[in-house]
Write a protein that binds this ligand. Structure first.
Ligand SMILES: [Zn+2]
Length: 105
């Protein structure tokens, strides 16, 4: 299983595809598929059939999973896309920091 750098509740920016440049919050991750679901990103329309007689069918919009490789994390501090860098603290603890502003992310 490939390790994913993107986690639930991260803010990400889309690097390619029809939603390029859009930002959103990660709703769920699917590490097995290397995909994530991002709020308001990669929306697809699904036709809903009427369930009951007399009920109208409709189109519902829903987020479809998108490959994590098409996304980049956005630093919550400086709001810039970044790949987190690993920083070793004095006590040997490793933290992830933003390469742009140095904030722990
Ligand atoms: Zn930053």
């Amino acid at each position: 299983m490939k390790k994913m750098s993107i986690k639930k509740d991260d803010t990400v920016i889309v690097l390619s595809g029809k939603d390029k440049g859009k930002k959103g919050k990660v709703i769920s991750v699917m590490p097995k598929d290397g995909k994530v679901v991002v709020e308001k990103i990669n929306m697809v329309s699904r036709h809903q059939k009427p369930r009951k007689q007399g009920e109208e069918g409709g189109i519902i919009k829903k987020e479809a999973p998108i490959y994590a490789s098409k996304l980049m994390r956005v630093c919550p501090k400086c709001d810039k896309p970044t790949r987190p860098a690993h920083k070793m603290l004095a006590d040997g603890k490793k933290v992830r920091v933003c390469k742009k502003c140095g904030a722990e992310i």
